[in-house]
Design a protein around this ligand. Sequence first.
Ligand SMILES: [Fe+2]
Ligand SMILES: [Fe+2]
Length: 232
Amino acid sequence: MQIFTEKDKLITVIRSNYHLLPVINRFGIRLGVKDKTVGDICREKQINPLFFLAVVNTFHNVDYFPKTDLLTVSPLQIVAYLRKTHQYYLEYEVLKIERLLEKLLLGCPTQCTDLKMIDSFYRKYKKELFLHIMEEEEKVFPYIISLTQNRKRIPGYSISSYEKEHSDVDSKLNDLTSLVIKYLEPAYNDNDCNEFLIALSKFERDLADHARIEDNVLVPLVLELEKELGDE
Ligand SMILES: [Fe+2]
Ligand SMILES: [Fe+2]
């Protein structure tokens, strides 16, 4: 397992895994990194290196999860990172997947009921994903921000009532991938379909990583804070 540290040059991190680029971008880091190390860049951008490395290493190694490191990070920093991730999903990933699905549909010369079924399944999934993200953006994150900043419980609200439907959103995307692999009829374009599936699987991994940070880091942190602040 390759674990990055503050001493590693950022160019080494990027060259080891180009999928880390959008993750790194969410911290406001862009290319032109010269020979700077992770530590140099974090100091320059005023990023908590512990948080940066925890996120990057978790994304790079599926089995790595530095829960104790992350539990020292402020919920505000985690929320800011998660919000950037939502924005990336809505403004880039989802649109890319849709473009690829559209190309796949256009390339089909016949009725293609199978592809139409996949398309309608995708639309339902997208609606659910958007609802989930909106709920977090409009209710959950503002609650966490207010709790952290004001250090006061809000009557009638607790984090434990939240994040029950992650497994549902995750499994729907998994079902969609299986649907394509198992039931696609022969009249499809190989390259278009491969690109679509690869984009779906990349998105699935990114989402699972995102949900892991919400469920295993953010929620326990907020529960701890609620306990500290006492009854509503
Ligand atoms: Fe989220
Ligand atoms: Fe979520």
